[in-house]
Design a protein. Sequence first.
Length: 233
Amino acid sequence: MTQPTPLMPHATASWLVETTALTFEQIADFCGLHILEVQAMADDLTSSKYTGRDPVRSGELTMAEIEKGQADPSYALRMQKAPVTVNRTKGPRYTPVSKRQDKPDGIAWILRHHPEISDAQIGKLIGTTRNTIAAIRDRSHWNIANIQPKDPVTLGLCSQRELDGLVAKVAKKAGVVDDGLAEQRLGDDREALIEELRAEREASTKAAGEAAQEAEAAAWLEAKRAAEAAGQA
């Protein structure tokens, strides 16, 4: 039987990355995430910043279990207390204020990779309006120039199970047989996103280094000129 995942997997993974010496694979397995997502958290490359959630305080893990994992990298962490499942009631999905700015990126990703999903289904999955979806589709959205398609699961707008379930439901209704490419496409998209973020950080670091070198060269030149002027005097 598959072990349940923490109530807040991304926040829990963030806490484990920052607080423990567990391997990325151990954290990914326990939280039900892709190892690249955990790697991105450790490298500070994720588009969304998560506030760590202590699984020990919530009763999902014990310090003894964490210590076992730290002592043996091959040890699989065991859930101590499964989170209580709460069934969603009818109504729009609530999205934290910190994530609402990511919604357009998630919508654009679904429109690109899953055009078969209806606007009503997208709205229910992410918690948005049909007007917003239509604006992104026809590129009339006020911020369209800055919208970049990004996986809504990686952004924390929905769970992988919810997205996969919706895709399977739509495919079944349309009589389409799953060819197994969806998961591969999702993995490729995540890797591309992480590589893009890593490239941006490296470019920023390189630019900062070049600026420092230029400033140092300018200071040296100014000092040399001052010394020459003093010598002539």
